[in-house]
Design a protein around this ligand. Structure first.
Ligand SMILES: Nc1ncnc2c1ncn2[C@@H]1O[C@H](COP(=O)(O)OP(=O)(O)OP(=O)(O)O)[C@@H](O)[C@H]1O
Ligand SMILES: [Mg+2]
Length: 620
């Protein structure tokens, strides 16, 4: 065996195997080059899912003939000279163009801004045609045709044209969110044209272009810092969740990344407000000294390594949790919007959208606008048990007797022991005075300025979760002893993992013991949950623990446990409540931070303003 130096084309193809995984990676490299060249307009056209054509035109600095000659050569870059520790451009490896040229038919036409003539170079499957003059506008046009024609094995692994085109769209969106000053246009036979006009310094406006106009109304701004690391951006309300993580965007010093640590921190921050399988929308920009982060981790440059990962993670989790606690009771506009739309057809002619009777100002979905920790401002608050004291004496309840029939009117229920009306007093609470329970799950309450409908099941789940969360740091929660312990058969590893947390479970009222190698015995369940399917609960806990990300801290893990347990509660769902129970629930919600949404990110209540109701009836 003799050792030989590999031919250059082969070396480039090997590099391409890492850098250019699919058409979207080629598009990403070329867009990055245009951004590094200072372009303010970038147009991308693709055909055949990017397999037959990717064309990127920019109005950046352009290249002259001698630049072009070098640009397609390996390890030729204008971006770094001697050190990797201070990278401020998106590219730095001098690898993208030669890699693409080795596996596709690449042509680059370019002209420098002040120059009178342009030049063109082509590389087909690694074969270079010398640079020649060309008539082009200032800037650069890069065309990639027949991607992977020279490496058919890679071609076979590509997905459908539709899927590849979709991946290119995602790349463009990512870039667009990162660079609002640049106008992006994505066109070609693969899709209808997507255009993102420049929004200057207004990042949120660009986000709204890419993520949908409703992101504006459902986003909370983040602006935090710890030591020398800055974190800015916008995160969606938990109720504004999505079916996959494609709507999470992260940037490190302006570079779009898909970094596991950041994604896992976002997940951790929302762990107890969004159900498994649903994902928050988030745009986060991290800024730090380039020396504190290594971007040269992966050929595609989408992963980074932080010098202090714990600090970055803590910053993200802490900052998101803080804003969620502050505004967590603000439910997404989407749910209540739907309600209002549902009312509309009967009252308004088609196409009345522009004259819709509700305006942003009178929007019923921002109940208390935030401000205080739990969003209830300075209004009166009551603790869990004071509902009955505040609202109803035994005599007061008598007035509620008719509630057994859900449609009953409760007009005159309000009087306290002294016979004085108390409805007015209770109405002053943000969630008002309970007036009726409908379908054994919806509490209708009258507030000073309108009405509130509470999803009792969702609200209860949230309150149980909050109580359990407190119990984690506080004292043990009451439990209910099972007459016959429930034996749950599980794989041995699952039993081992469960038992590690036996003490935490016990604090929450769940007593589990090992029962032989492949089973655990449940002896007590949390009293708050009422009758609970212990088998299902323990199995779900085991599944969750198995999936835990090692990066999640212990506290985060325990919160997961509490959230899972809360889901299994059955006490109040589908149960008729007495008026004092309803009011107690309302008062407890008011006193609980983040109670505006259930653990699954759905709203626990909606408020409709009197003004909106009047408008619906054409009264104002
Ligand atoms: N659209 C463009 N406008 C102006 N110059 C460009 C453009 N595209 C590429 N270049 C020049 O060609 C060089 C080589 O580009 P290439 O993408 O191969 O490497 P790079 O961007 O330096 O590093 P990386 O491999 O990390 O992307 C760049 O350094 C830049 O000088
Ligand atoms: Mg590059």
């Amino acid at each position: 065996m003799s050792i030989r130096l590999l031919p250059e084309t082969l070396v480039n193809q090997i590099a391409a195997g890492e850098v250019i995984e699919r058409p979207a990676s080629a598009a990403k490299e070329l867009i990055e080059n245009a951004i590094d060249a200072g372009a303010t307009r970038i147009e991308i056209a693709t055909a055949g899912g990017g397999k037959s054509l990717i064309r990127i035109s920019d109005n950046g600095s352009g290249m002259d003939a001698s630049d072009l000659e070098l640009a397609v050569k390996r390890h030729c870059t204008s971006k770094i000279s001697e050190t990797l520790s201070d990278i401020r451009t998106l590219g730095f490896r001098g690898e993208a163009l030669p890699s693409i040229g080795s596996v596709a038919k690449l042509s680059i036409a370019s002209r420098r801004a002040g120059s009178s003539e342009g030049a063109e170079v082509t590389v087909h499957g690694g074969k270079l045609t010398p640079v020649r003059p060309a008539a082009v506008n200032p800037g650069t046009v890069v065309e990639v045709r027949d991607l992977f024609f020279a490496t058919p094995a890679r071609l076979k692994f590509l997905k459908t044209e539709r899927a590849e085109a979709g991946a290119i769209t995602e790349v463009v969106k990512r870039m667009a969110i990162a660079f609002p000053k640049i106008r992006f246009v994505l066109s070609g036979p693969d899709r209808s044209t997507l255009e993102f006009p420049a929004t200057g310094d207004d990042h949120l406006a660009r986000m709204a272009q890419v993520l949908g106009a409703d992101f504006r109304d459902n986003a909370i701004e983040i602006d935090a810092g710890r030591e020398d690391v800055g974190l800015t951006g916008f995160v969606g309300l938990p109720t504004f969740n999505r079916g996959n993580s494609a709507h999470q965007y992260a940037f490190v010093n302006g570079r779009p990344v898909q970094d596991k640590l950041i994604l896992s921190a976002i997940r951790g921050a929302y762990a107890e407000t969004i159900p498994q399988g649903r994902y928050p929308v988030a745009v986060l920009a991290i800024t730090l000294d380039p020396d504190l982060v290594d971007v040269n981790v992966h050929p595609a440059k989408s992963d980074v390594r932080f010098r202090d990962p714990g600090l970055v993670r803590g910053l993200i989790v802490g900052a998101i949790r803080q804003v969620l606690a502050r505004e967590g009771d603000r439910a997404a506009t989407t749910g209540a919007d739907g309600l209002m739309r549902a009312f509309r057809p009967g009252f308004y002619p088609r196409g009345a959208g522009s004259t819709a009777p509700w305006t942003a100002d009178s929007s019923p979905y921002r109940p208390f606008g935030g401000g205080s920790v739990n969003g209830f401002g300075d209004r009166p608050q009551a603790d869990f048990t004071s509902g009955a004291q505040a609202g109803f004496s035994e005599r007061g309840q008598a007035g509620f007797a008719g509630l057994d029939t859900p449609a009953a009117r409760t007009e005159s229920f309000a009087s306290n022991d002294a016979g004085a009306p108390i409805l007015v007093e209770t109405q002053k609470f943000p969630l008002g005075a309970a007036r009726a329970q409908l379908h054994e799950n919806y509490i209708v309450a009258q507030t000073e300025g309108g009405l509130v409908i509470v999803d009792q099941h969702a609200a209860h789940e949230r309150l149980v979760f909050e109580a359990m969360r407190k119990a984690l740091h506080d004292r043990r929660l009451p439990s209910q002893v099972l007459l016959i312990p429930e034996i749950v058969d599980l794989p041995e590893e699952d039993c081992d993992r469960l038992m590690v947390h036996a003490e935490a479970f016990e604090n929450l009222g769940l007593a589990v013991e090992r029962f032989g190698p492949g089973a655990v015995a449940v002896r007590e369940t949390p009293a708050m949950l009422g009758e609970v399917d212990a088998q299902a609960l323990v199995r779900q806990l085991a599944d969750e623990i198995a999936e835990w990300d090692t990066a999640d801290g212990l506290a985060g893990k325990l919160e997961h446990i509490a959230a899972t347990m809360a889901c299994h509660g059955s006490v109040r769902s589908g149960r008729r409540l007495k008026p004092e129970e309803m009011n107690a629930l309302l008062r407890q919600m008011e006193a609980t931070p983040g109670s505006g949404q259930c653990n699954h990110g759905r709203p626990t209540y909606i408020e409709i303003k009197l003004g909106d109701i009047e408008r619906l009836f054409g009264r104002s």
